[in-house]
Design a protein around this ligand. Sequence first.
Ligand SMILES: Cc1ncc(COP(=O)(O)O)c(C=O)c1O
Length: 467
Amino acid sequence: MIEITPVLDSRSNSPLYVQLANYIKQEILSGRIKPNEKLPSKRNLSRYLNLSLNTIQSAYEQLCAEGYVESKPRKGIFVSTFNEEIPSNQIFSQKCEPENEELKVNIKYDFNSGKVDLEHFPYSIWRKLTIQSLYQDKGELFYNGNPQGELLLREQIAKYLFASRGVRCSANQIIIGAGTQVLIGLLSLLIGKDHIYALENPGLHRTRTTLQDLGVHTISTPLDEDGININQLKNSAASVVYVTPSHQFPYGMIMPISRRMELLKWAEGKNGYIIEDDYDGEYRFKGKPIPSLQGLDTKGNVVYLGTFSKSLIPSIRISYMVLPSSLIKKYQESFTVYKQTVSRLHQDTLYRFMNDGHWQSHLNKMRTLYRKKHSTLMVSIQNYFGENAIVVGGNSGLHIVLEVKNSMKEDELISKALNVGVKVYPISIYYHCAKESLSPGVILGFGGLSETEIDIGIRLLKEVWEL
Ligand SMILES: Cc1ncc(COP(=O)(O)O)c(C=O)c1O
């Protein structure tokens, strides 16, 4: 049975039954109450909301009269089915704006950079391993585990990071956590409040928000073609810097070795930290791999962050950080009071997945697949847009920035695309403040679309962007 919990204002000029009818109407229009669902009986709703039976009766009659619900004799009141699209001005007058646009259109081609290819996710292997995790150790996994995360999984991660990303660490230095934001929060406690953090601008808004909400002093540092601007960093009071060197988020530049060495020297001089967020470094389409900053660090100034959100699936919520010895010591002395945030079952299943060799074959398969998708995206952009668009940061990762040379601003590019069922994403939200230098453009993620969908999506964009 659906729950109806409106906030009604008895002092309003609008009668209670009208407020209630409007509320139910909005729930129906937004899709939260679905066609054919049964509404609560008048008596139950009257009791639940502590309103008179007459008020409920009048509200239901109003909805019936307007065709939102139908009364079926001896069965109850049911939400009608709508064949026609509901006019957009009927879709709420209240808040919820971001969803409104999407309600009106059917999004067929979603260039969301957070999506990965689910068609090729090895469901049956994952299912089998989950069952093994559930049964093979007599329920041990149902108790709390090590606050750092399962040792067996950390050992697998350490092995993988060394082989694939040049990260040098032991399992003892790794802390697993349910996402990058959780880990950044813990990290800021470990590093302490005496530091100022420099953040890439533009950069990941989630990092900025997390740190600011925790009361950390942050400053914005602009980018140049190699990543974070080192001179601006040197001239600032910061002693901690957060960077995305393998694929700057969102602009996608890969930090060259010279800039990496400069950053390391800066951190050593400041006795500070570099937080290296290597969120999608597994996927590189051009050029030679560059060792991670962590792998180049000899003084213990780098914290390495990684995630399975892009390389496996985002909903598994398994990310990790590799701490240098000074911070792991602090963690083990004073911070194990914070319990592990990832389910032991998922950790154990992932351990089995890695230990049995499925992880490496999955990664190999996905690399080939994303390389193809990436190449389709580049070819489609070239074919349809020609000289009228520039791809930025297209050498690695699962998204690109597309700078579009027409007279449309970012919000216009996005809304025109939405009109034809294509969803593209803004860059402006990743800027800390003014965005004067920003050329109009959008972010296009391609991981969750097939090659055909990518091509059709780009063709539709050509039409609506009038390129
Ligand atoms: C810069 C950056 N870091 C990290 C992540 C991953 O975050 P999480 O580990 O919380 O899924 C993302 C998005 O997927 C990202 O864009």
